[in-house]
Design a protein around this ligand. Sequence first.
Ligand code: CU
Length: 149
Amino acid sequence: MKRIAILLPVAALLLSSAAQAAGDLSRADPTEIVIEMGASGDKMYFKPDHIELETGKAYKLVLRNVDEAKHEFEGHEFIEKIFTRKVEITDPSGELVAEIKGPVTEVEVGPNRRVEWFIVPVQTGENIPVECAIPGHREAGMFGTVTIK
Ligand SMILES: [Cu+2]
């Protein structure tokens, strides 16, 4: 219930501003941030392993898995501090396969695939942890932090 209480005012704000294009975050051009998910030897990584965001700005997180294994991007504190506009999945040629709207708690990306996660941060936080929760991956180094100003 806590999550819904946080998101409803944001959703209402986004919907009510539809007539004012400049303030309509649901249509704002997002800033693109590419996060590579991969492995090198026995290490796994997010690259970069730290990103900086600002509340009220629209972002497109491009989760690019360059590995032969699937990976996840998640963090329970992180997802409480953002509003998800949508998630887009495209085929290797870039054609849209699916667009998913609604709250998202984690994104799993298949081997050599990419997923675009459209978000608007709504709460600030310093070094919010994110990780891949597949067993053994965090331990191998697949984690990072997000600061929201
Ligand atoms: Cu992983």
